[in-house]
Design a protein around this ligand. Structure first.
Ligand code: GDP
Length: 242
């Protein structure tokens, strides 16, 4: 039970720690022509996406690595979801939806109407082109032209995605690799199965088998030699078990 609790504690660090290692996926979404590509470029600090006044200019999804207050972000500009007028638009919009599904955070851009009302934990409404319109009602307002609100937006993104990240870095070890997380999950599962067999009605041999499975998973994690290998060496050297 003690080991299972420590494994659970380590596993709890995985979502945030993997995000720190791989970069958080932040996707710009919203109707065509609201200024997504302009905001993408402004946040990156360089002209990466093509900007025009023609709706539907961005048909592909463009991804670029950015750094928000020192935190790693994978910023994605996507095709706006709206009327699709052709095969290319349809493909771009499908890719857009896929990105939105796997996003850690969606920046829901709009330049006029109030936010679409999508108020999920993964959605941050952003009012674009703030240099053109009247003041909004407390929502995040940005202008790619004047630069207004960009720093506040970066800060808001970091708060949403990396809250607790500083504490994480200072205290316990954290699980930053998928391979490590998978090994810990296997160990946790094996210990769970062992526990069932440690009850009165359980089978001690099966309990031992599952505990050994957990040890194997943890050995793989720390790079130790596997049990079979140790046994092979023992038998070869000492003729044990004859
Ligand atoms: P997207 O289709 O959502 O990616 O929008 P774009 O970034 O291509 O921009 C659409 C149009 O809005 C272009 O003509 C831009 O010059 C203009 N635009 C974008 N951002 C701003 C902004 O912050 N202020 C103003 N005044 N115009 C902007």
């Amino acid at each position: 039970a003690e080991v299972a609790a420590r494994i659970a504690g380590l596993l709890a660090t995985a979502p945030l720690a993997e995000r720190v290692r791989n970069g958080a996926l932040v996707v710009l979404a919203g109707p065509p022509n609201v200024g997504k590509s302009s905001l993408f470029n402004a946040l990156l600090g360089r002209e990466r996406a093509i900007v025009t006044e023609i709706p539907g200019t961005t048909r592909d999804a463009i991804e670029a690595a950015a750094d928000f207050l020192g935190w790693p972000v994978r910023l994605v500009d996507t095709a706006g979801l709206g009327e699709s007028t052709g095969r290319l638009d349809a493909l771009g919009q499908r890719m857009s939806r896929q990105y939105q599904e796997s996003a850690d955070l969606i920046l829901e851009c709009h330049d006029r109407d109030p936010a679409t009302g999508r108020d999920a934990p993964r959605v941050l409404p952003v009012r674009t082109k703030s240099d053109l319109g009247p003041a909004g009602n407390g929502e995040l307002r940005v202008s790619a032209v004047t630069g207004e609100g960009l720093e506040a937006l970066r800060r808001a993104v970091v708060e949403r995605l990396f809250a607790g990240g500083v504490a994480l870095a200072d205290l316990d070890p954290a699980v930053t690799r998928e391979r490590h997380r998978v090994a810990l999950q296997r160990a946790a599962q094996a210990l769970d199965q062992a526990k069932a067999h440690l009850k009165v009605a359980g089978d001690p041999v099966l309990a031992a088998h599952h505990v050994q499975g957990a040890v194997g998973a943890l050995d793989a994690l720390v790079g130790a030699v596997d049990v079979e290998e140790v046994l092979d060496r023992l038998f070869a050297t000492f003729c044990v078990g004859k």
